[in-house]
Structures are given as structure tokens and as C-alpha cells.
Ligand binder design. Structure first.
Ligand SMILES: NC(=O)C1=CN([C@@H]2O[C@H](COP(=O)(O)OP(=O)(O)OC[C@H]3O[C@@H](n4cnc5c(N)ncnc54)[C@H](O)[C@@H]3O)[C@@H](O)[C@H]2O)C=CC1
Ligand SMILES: O=C(O)C(=O)Cc1ccc(O)cc1
Length: 361
């Protein structure tokens, strides 16, 4: 077993504390690369489930892991990380906010132990929780913030960045404060806006809800996330999120004026700002955003049809950038929306039609 001292080379064992969505996904990703993974959780059922999925083995009662990953809800991160540092291991947490746990941990450990703590945050997840929602490919191609504090041991930082690479993600190094500013804008505020958009649906009558299309599903998806978890995340970043919300209040007033104004100029200016925002979100693997276009395909609601469609797309040789499926309320068919590189959309549509699929753009 490793003695836990940072060597800058990730050989394991990796101890994941918190076998929920994130922890189990990480265990699966690390096992995929052959690393020894130990799992623990306050809920023994979650460990059993994660083990049965192949995410690792129950953590032994003794022995020091090389790297401990704390994957528990935000309010428990500091206490779990402090206990893990006492074992001599390098410790990272994957919580969604970084300045607050660092401050709490710093209050309870000496500088030598603190040097082995390096916070991090994978920008990957879903609105579901628990080990059954886990996936080995959750982190593939995703950004993963690594947020060393000024006294962090460089070897410990390297070890955490190796974990990121081994999980299929790309490390983005930021200070904890910078990170919290970034996620307030890219994650916490969008989450709260999705909550408001979804919440106002609860006032609608069922006949009106029957007109729900893909747009409302797109803007409300993340609002289904566990309110307890998101409450903790947002409260841990309350200062920055509060500032953004106050700025948004001003923008909401401007929007109300623009909607009621005689001319549409101001409204179009606001709508254009939205278009600009969508265009600067980086593409997959942090690359430049690529322009995609949709191809819609009618798929009979029978077992095996989706596999046949994807087999055909694979043979046609077009990469699918994104995908969603809508069900036709009146017929036993699904409408599959494929997002592909814009320049390949027409080629894909005509090749699918040639293979007897009903496809349009
Ligand atoms: N859900 C998401 O999409 C993302 C979540 N995160 C962060 O990852 C962390 C975990 O979130 P999820 O996996 O989504 O939650 P989850 O609810 O699926 O899993 C959390 C697990 O921690 C366990 N746990 C709670 N207190 C514990 C303790 N004191 N010791 C050991 N185990 C304990 C729970 O039993 C549960 O199995 C959170 O800090 C969250 O901010 C980060 C990125 C994305
Ligand atoms: O569901 C999504 O699209 C997400 O963006 C998931 C997510 C949730 C919380 C985080 O701290 C990071 C990522």
C-alpha cells in the first residue's frame, strides 16, 4: 500500500468518500483505467450499490490511500477532508464551491497538512443523485477545475491533475476565488434562472402544459436537481451569486420596459445579447464552439430501432454532437433530433433518406 506521500504519479489506491452520483462515476472511471479504488459512504447501501456496479471495493478499515477524493454534499466537505488529511494522504474534494471549504479546512489543520489539500471541481453531473445515476463516461471531455491554494504542494497538485486526466476530463487551473466567480455565472445563476422558469409552470393548467416543446425542456432541465444539494451549493457561494442576482434585477427591469415599449429596438438588442452569449460557450473538450445544425429523424417506437439508426449514422460517417428524443403524442414514433456539424447536415439527411429513414432539417 502507498504511504500517501505525494509523488506526482498516480498509482493508487484512490479512496472515494461519498459513493453518490459523482463519487461512483469517478470510481467507475478510475477502475476503467485499472486503478485500485476504495469506496466509503455514511450510507452503506450506497457503497454496496457502487461496488456492485464495478466502481471499486469497500474501503479497508486500515491502510493509507495515495489520494482521497471527497465527494460528499458541500456542508460535510470540510469535516471529511480534515479527517482524510490526518491519514497522511493527498486530499481533493470535488464540491461545487471552492473558497468556503478551503477556509474551513485551513481553520482545522496545520500548514504541513494543508499543503496536501488541493480543491477541484468537475464541470460534469446531472440533475439526478445517488450511485445508480453514475456513469464511467461522466467526465469524458469535460472541464475540471483544479484550484490550488498558495501553500499547496506542487506534487499534490500534479497528482490531482493526473486524476483529472485519467477520468477523461481536462484540467483548468484557477484560484479558489476565481473559480467561485466563474461558476456563479456559468452554473449557479443559470440554475436559479431555470428554477424560476420551471417554477412558474406550476401555475399553468394542464391544457397549457400540453403545448410544452423542446424549448421549455431545455431551459428547465437543471431545475430538477436535488433542492437540498443546490441549496447548499448556492449558500456556499452566496456573496458572488447575490451580486449577480442584484445585477440581474436591473436587467429584468430593463427587459420589462423593453417588452412594453412602442418600438422593438431595445427588445431586439437584449435578444441579440442572448444570441451572443450562446455563441461564446466553448465547444466539446474546451475547443472553439462549432456551428451545428439539426437533422430530425422519425424513429418507430420499437426495440432496436435506435441501434439501427446509430448503426446507419456510423456507416455514413457523420459525428453526432448532440441528441434528443421527443415522443409524438399522437403516434407510436419518436422524433430524434441529431445535432451535427452544420456542413454535414444535408449529407446526413440525404444519406438517411436513401436508407429509408424519414429525415428532414
Ligand atoms: N450533482 C452534480 O451534478 C455535481 C455535484 N458536484 C459536487 O459533488 C458532491 C457530491 O454530489 P453528488 O454526487 O451529486 O451527490 P449525491 O447525493 O449523489 O452523493 C453524495 C453522497 O455522499 C454521501 N455522504 C453524505 N455525507 C457523508 C459523509 N459525511 N461521509 C461520507 N459520505 C457522505 C451520501 O450518502 C451520498 O452517497 C457535492 O459536493 C456537489 O457539490 C460537483 C459537480 C457536479
Ligand atoms: O447538469 C448539468 O448540465 C450540469 O451542469 C451539472 C453540474 C451540476 C453542478 C456542478 O457543480 C457542476 C455541473
Amino acid at each position: 500500500m502507498a504511504d500517501g506521500s505525494p509523488t506526482g504519479r498516480l498509482t493508487g489506491p484512490l479512496h472515494v468518500i461519498g459513493a453518490g452520483l459523482l463519487g461512483t462515476s469517478l470510481g467507475l472511471a478510475a477502475r476503467r483505467q485499472g486503478l485500485e479504488v476504495w469506496l466509503s459512504d455514511v450510507n452503506p447501501e450506497h457503497v454496496r450499490t457502487a461496488v456492485s456496479l464495478g466502481a471499486g471495493e469497500p474501503a479497508p478499515t486500515d491502510g493509507v490511500a495515495q489520494l482521497v477524493v471527497v465527494a460528499v454534499p458541500p456542508v460535510h466537505i470540510a469535516e471529511v477532508a480534515v479527517a482524510a488529511l490526518a491519514t497522511g494522504a493527498v486530499v481533493t474534494d470535488i464540491g461545487s464551491v471552492k473558497a468556503q471549504p478551503l477556509e474551513q479546512i485551513s481553520d482545522h489543520v496545520d500548514e504541513a497538512d494543508l499543503a496536501r489539500y488541493v480543491g477541484s471541481h468537475p464541470m460534469a453531473g446531472s440533475e439526478r443523485s445517488g450511485p445508480l445515476a453514475a456513469s464511467a463516461s461522466l467526465f469524458d471531455g469535460r472541464p475540471w477545475a483544479v484550484t490550488p491554494h498558495v501553500h499547496a504542494d506542487p506534487d499534490a497538485v500534479t497528482l490531482v491533475e493526473e486524476l483529472v486526466a485519467l477520468s477523461g476530463a481536462s484540467a483548468v487551473r484557477l484560484s479558489p476565488v476565481e473559480h467561485d466567480l466563474a461558476v456563479a455565472r456559468t452554473s449557479h445563476l443559470p440554475h436559479l434562472l431555470a428554477v424560476l422558469a420551471a417554477g412558474q409552470l406550476t401555475d399553468a393548467v394542464p391544457e397549457h402544459l400540453s403545448l410544452s416543446g423542446q424549448g421549455v425542456r431545455d431551459v428547465t432541465r437543471v431545475a430538477a436537481g436535488d433542492p437540498d444539494l443546490y441549496g447548499q451549493i448556492i449558500r456556499a457561494n452566496a456573496g458572488v451569486v447575490g451580486e449577480l442576482l442584484r445585477s440581474l434585477r436591473g436587467q429584468l427591469d430593463e427587459l420589462i420596459d423593453a417588452v412594453g415599449a412602442g418600438s422593438s429596438d431595445d427588445l431586439v438588442e437584449i435578444l441579440n445579447r442572448g444570441v451572443s452569449g450562446t455563441r461564446i460557450i466553448p465547444g466539446k473538450h474546451g475547443g472553439a464552439p462549432i456551428e451545428t445544425g439539426p437533422v430530425y429523424v422519425l424513429v418507430p417506437d420499437h426495440p432496436g430501432e435506435l441501434a439501427r439508426l446509430f448503426g446507419d449514422i456510423g456507416e455514413i460517417g457523420v459525428n453526432v454532437e448532440d441528441l434528443r428524443i421527443d415522443h409524438d403524442p399522437g403516434r407510436l414514433v419518436g422524433l430524434v433530433e441529431l445535432q451535427v456539424e452544420a456542413s454535414a447536415a444535408e449529407r446526413l439527411r440525404s444519406a438517411l433518406e436513401a436508407r429509408n429513414w424519414t429525415a428532414h432539417r
